[in-house]
Design a protein around this ligand. Structure first.
Ligand code: HPA
Length: 268
């Protein structure tokens, strides 16, 4: 908690004030942050106690400012379990947002499609999640100031946000799938057998992120909206998988993705 307060204090000194929405921008989806107005850009490496991002396609900076008239603090680049960070480190920025007074979080990611109705380029409203990462960011001493030892995950993704997003997408004519996101640790993509397992477990999409951040956000009492960009069909459903395809697909849909998020900021 001391470290969190220190980090929050630093960000306030750098000009971060009230935050309506925290924004976590996934692989290839970070360009939205470039549309933030009156932007204050703070590279992760300058922020006390922050981890540092390493993956290609992730810049690694916080951008604070106005988007669709709302105050947002965007993470351009997130931290992944497969990079070797402890779970606690991955969720550190989310907790900083909370300490800064942010009550709402929008998480985005690139994901593989498991549901047979999904095509690369689809956007999916996340309705729930399955944690297959083999760990949990809340393991360890509970930070009572943030939330309870045993937080309720019955509504990990806020129902009201989900409802509003469905109505918004319909109004905008943007096809929006809905489904359950399952996360493995990665970094290897899944085997077809693992994808078969994930399907049996109820998953519609698979990835290597988001789950820890959402657990930490819920723990801290934040409302969460999640959007996946389906960048490829999951293993066994297409020829083979590679990161280039993931990036290519996010590039292809980034305009519509950004449009949806910007409109969402106006109505949530
Ligand atoms: N699996 C895991 N993570 C991913 C995938 C996938 O197929 N696509 C994008 N991120």
């Amino acid at each position: 908690m001391e470290k969190l307060l220190e980090t929050a204090g630093f960000l306030k000194e750098r000009g971060v004030e009230e935050i309506d929405f925290g924004l976590v921008l996934g692989s290839g989806l970070g360009e939205l942050a470039e549309e933030i107005e009156e932007a204050i850009i703070i590279p992760y490496q300058e922020i006390p106690h922050f981890p540092i991002a390493t993956v290609v396609g992730h810049t690694g900076q916080l951008i604070y400012g106005k988007l669709s008239g709302r105050s947002v603090l965007a993470m351009q680049g997130r931290f992944h379990y497969y990079e070797g960070y402890q779970m606690e480190r991955i969720v550190y920025p989310i907790r900083v947002m909370k300490v800064l007074g942010c009550h709402s979080l929008i998480v985005t990611n690139a994901a593989g499609g498991i549901n047979k109705d999904y095509q690369p380029g689809d956007l999916m409203l996340i309705t729930d999640q399955v944690n297959c990462m083999g760990s949990n960011p809340l393991i360890g001493i509970n930070i009572e100031e943030l939330g309870p030892r045993f937080p309720d995950m019955s509504q990990a993704y806020d129902m009201e946000y989900q409802q509003k997003m469905k109505e918004l997408a319909k109004k905008l004519g943007i096809p929006l799938k809905e489904g359950i996101y399952l996360a493995f640790s990665g970094p290897a993509y899944e085997t077809p057998a693992e994808i078969q397992m994930a399907r049996i477990l109820g998953a519609d999409a698979v990835g290597m992120s988001t789950v820890p951040e959402v657990i930490a956000a819920k723990h801290a009492g934040m409302k969460v909206l999640g959007i996946s960009c389906i960048t490829n069909l999951a293993a066994g459903l297409q020829q083979n998988l590679n990161h280039e395809e993931v990036v290519d697909t996010t590039q292809r849909v980034k305009t519509i993705f950004s449009h949806l998020i910007k409109k969402a900021l106006m109505i949530l």
